[in-house]
Design a protein around this ligand. Structure first.
Ligand code: IVH
Length: 675
């Protein structure tokens, strides 16, 4: 390339890159892959390195930051950066509108309405369309020169697009961090074991006020304009038009702005934004109402440091500081223990909050919340209040890390053991059948179509039965009588009778359904089927150890542990006993169709190859009949099953005089009763 062509090439590259920046960061609609963008960027950097004289202030290469500053220069604002008065209620908003109508002598005011961005105010100065200075608000008169940092914000144009812009333009707006970028930043901070930011606003402030702009460049900041000033052309008549005009120069303006009329218009917008707040990509703490007509704005003027023509209508604060008085646990309907912080009551978003969820043990550890701590609580919409974080400076002496299972080795509701299965976040009460916190769910599950199939026992009815203490565990269902049922809400004679019939019919079930109906965690229908087939009886399942359980198809150590924990709970065993006493029964099925426990306490050793079944199958069959299989022959062995090419075990059996079974004899033994 001849050097005469370089300036043109550089300009084209810069424009191209900035166009992609805009498409990516403002429009959220990139048209080239990242790799192509990177290639363009590197090409620009290489050219600028080769021709340093041709480097410019508005080059996108400036967006990656430069050498750290010793300190920020101070900047005097040509027009002071004022603040806004606040309205905290509809009445105060009405007051604002009334005063304006009176002062202007008009019936109905046209307003420009916008989100109140929760970030930091910034002033951008463009001369001849080039960004020459960015300054923070500071005290309103004097701020800090953060130009190098603001250049790294990809959505801020370093050069205005289009034409017709004034020689000198001052844009005012808010620098903020999008919720998604905030989450990513905190995840990265966590990964590096560095301090997390409390909220996007703090993260934005911390990132913008870096003396080293290379750090700012790595933090994804965003910008939205909410005002602009210039002299001369194009004319400025209305705030809403001004915003449209600057948007045309590719300055980012939020799409949430509207023009409305009168108080109804203001309050309508407030309501809409409050409802939309959660789904916006950035945080807002209210909305801003501005008289749209700029001449009217000038007539209204300012009082002290705030304009009369604008006001911020704030959403109720959603965060507050308070003290953790205690941490206890709530047992959910599925048995999950959720740690709950009991708080010194505090007003959050207009509601008194005295409890907040801590989610689970991992969350407690991550935030290191302790009894006695001062914490930030947040109430977001209808969601249960949560503890966001701890104010470490206010931690009293002598606090200790909180351990949920340490405090609750047994369920605070029913006294069953509390366990946390590997890979699960939640600790759980093991008393699934007996715990009153879980009984509604347990009964509904027990009665459900794929479990005991008690038709007509729905939500509402279970609710009543539980509330009236008529049913505490599934076993109580079998003690109900028709008269009692007929007296319940929305239950007539007929439906009571039908329900009694359904309960009666459910006594005749299958082992698989019965196992499934117990609601053992991780034991779904198909696992229940496998267990029924393998064990053949509920007693055998109840007494199974981890090894035997994991020998069943598809059962790993977590499921095995869950089963053992369930049957380890006396409360559950008691309920099962009552269910069996109530006459629940099932036909013996499949491989278990032989007399149950026919091989009880008999020990088998397998040797050689069997022709009609694998060794595993033989093993399974012995176990399902209550027998045991061991690896070596001893005096305690009852039978040695001899296949083709038996090994040393055969000799040993001969030696000890143990009874030997050829394949046919073995099959006869295990299939006895089946044929
Ligand atoms: S207009 C003269 N519009 O709120 C009035 N400010 O309390 C200038 N803010 O420091 C402000 N969103 O940083 C205006 N849509 C919006 C705003 C907004 C957020 C901030 C701004 C200012 C503070 C005033």
């Amino acid at each position: 390339m001849t050097s005469g062509k370089i300036p043109g090439k550089l300009a084209a590259l810069r424009e191209e890159i900035e166009r992609h920046n805009y498409l990516y960061y403002v429009e959220d609609a990139p048209v080239i892959p990242d790799s192509e963008y990177d290639r363009l960027f590197r090409e620009l950097q290489a050219l600028e390195a080769e021709y340093p004289d041709l480097a410019t202030e508005d080059s996108p290469s400036r967006r990656i930051g430069g050498a750290p500053l010793p300190e920020f220069e101070s900047v005097v604002h040509a027009i002071p950066m004022r603040s806004l008065n606040n309205a905290f209620s509809d009445v105060e908003a009405a007051d604002f509108d009334r005063k304006i109508r009176e002062k202007l002598g008009i019936e109905r005011v046209r307003y420009s309405v916008e989100p109140k961005f929760d970030g930091l105010a910034i002033s951008l100065l463009y001369e001849q369309g080039i960004l020459v200075q960015a300054a923070t608000r500071g005290d309103g008169f004097k701020g800090e020169n953060v130009t190098a940092n603001v250049r790294t914000i990809r959505s801020v144009p370093l050069r205005l697009s289009g034409s017709g812009y004034p020689d000198r333009l001052e844009v005012r707006g808010e620098v903020l961090m999008l919720k998604a970028d905030f989450e990513k930043l905190n995840a990265a901070q966590r990964e590096r074991s560095e301090k997390e930011f409390a909220n996007p606003r703090n993260a934005a402030a911390g990132s913008l006020r870096q003396l080293d702009s290379r750090i700012t460049a790595r933090r994804r900041l965003s910008f939205f304009a909410y005002g602009a000033e210039w002299e001369g052309n194009p004319p400025r008549n209305r705030h809403s038009e001004v915003m449209k005009t600057v948007e045309g120069w590719k300055i980012p303006v939020s799409a949430c702005g509207e023009v409305v009329e009168g108080l109804e218009g203001l309050l309508g917008y407030f309501g809409r934004m409050q409802a939309e707040r959660r789904s916006l990509p950035f945080e807002i703490d209210g909305v801003v109402y501005k008289v749209d007509d700029l001449e009217d704005q000038a007539r209204l003027g300012f009082v002290l440091r705030a304009p009369r023509f604008a006001i911020a209508h704030k959403f109720p604060a959603e965060e507050a500081l308070t003290e953790v008085l205690d941490i206890d646990a709530q047992v959910g309907r599925t048995g999950a223990l959720t740690p709950v912080a009991r708080l010194k009551p505090v007003l959050v978003g207009g509601v008194i909050v005295s409890n907040a969820t801590l989610h689970n043990q991992d969350e407690i550890e991550r935030k290191d919340v302790r009894i006695g701590d001062t914490v930030i609580v947040r109430r977001a919409g209808d969601v249960i209040p949560e503890v966001v974080g701890v104010v470490r400076d206010r931690r009293p002496q002598g606090t200790e890390p909180f351990d949920l299972i340490g405090k609750y080795p047994v369920c605070p509701v029913c006294g069953s053991h509390v366990r946390r299965l590997p890979g699960e976040a939640q600790a759980r009460c093991m008393g699934g059948l007996s715990c009153s916190a879980q009984r509604r769910e347990a009964i509904l599950h027990f009665a459900s179509r794929r479990a005991m199939e008690i038709d007509g026992l729905g939500d509402k009815l279970v609710e009543q039965l539980v509330e009236k203490n008529l049913v505490n565990t599934p076993a109580d269902l079998y003690r109900l009588d028709g008269r009692m049922l007929a007296e319940l809400d929305r239950m007539g004679e007929k439906s009571a009778q039908n329900l009694m019939k359904a309960i009666e019919a459910s006594r005749n079930t299958t082992l698989s359904r019965f196992i499934y109906s117990l609601g053992i965690r991780h034991v779904g229908e198909s696992t229940a089927g496998e267990l029924a087939l393998h064990f053949g009886s509920i007693e055998a399942l109840m007494h199974a150890g981890p090894e035997e359980l994991t020998s069943v198809q598809d059962i790993g150590s977590v499921v095995a542990q869950s089963i053992i924990d369930f049957f380890g709970e006396d409360h559950n065993v008691e309920v099962i006993g009552k269910l069996l006493e109530a006459g629940i029964h099932w036909p013996e099925v499949g491989r278990a169709a032989v007399a149950e426990n026919a091989l009880k306490d008999k020990t088998f050793v397998l040797t050689g190859t069997l022709s009609s079944l694998t060794r595993d199958e033989a093993r399974e069959r012995i176990i399902s009949l209550g027998g045991k299989v061991t690896g070596s022959v001893s005096k305690k062995t009852d039978f040695v099953v001899i296949g083709a090419d038996p090994g040393g075990k055969y000799e040993k059996a001969l030696e000890l005089g143990i009874r030997m079974l050829e394949e046919s004899a073995f099959l006869e033994l295990v299939n006895k009763g089946e044929t």
